[in-house]
Design a protein around this ligand. Sequence first.
Ligand SMILES: [Fe+2]
Ligand SMILES: [Fe+2]
Length: 179
Amino acid sequence: MDIIGFIKQQFEDNGHVAYGEHISMGEHMLQTAYYAEQKNSSDAIITAALLHDFGHLILELPEDITEHGIDGYHEDVGAKFLAPYFPKQIIDGIGLHVQAKRYMCAVKPKYHSQLSQASQDTLAVQGGPMNAQEIAAFEQQAFYKDALQVRLFDDLGKHVELAHPDLAHYLRIAAQFVV
Ligand SMILES: [Fe+2]
Ligand SMILES: [Fe+2]
């Protein structure tokens, strides 16, 4: 399968799905990649940032589904789908981005209050802040620091209006990694 073509199609077909913070899912993902690039992240981090909510695109479930007490496990859906096509560093950046929020809430008490309302609301459904055991297990993951980076950009990519490069620009960055 032409995975880059498929990702492009998903952005075009399902990118309009509501993210729940007055912007679309596709726009949120592009803004997350934009912030990764702005902060001089590696191309692998930019790619993980672009694709971190890919599970939402293919599930076509809005982020606010969690308001109804359901977690779509969009991070697992996205990571599993993309695993055959990208290296583990990128897949873990995607698959661990929700865990990264739970980790940050546990280790940085101020972090929780800086989250958007929707992110605070979804935290409980996602398991709340990590306990000590979960923190230790998370830090055993080879790419947990990558996931923490993606998370920080995820938290920034929520602007109603923000000028940034188009999808084609970020797909060119992602295409370098296709295995
Ligand atoms: Fe997410
Ligand atoms: Fe996100």
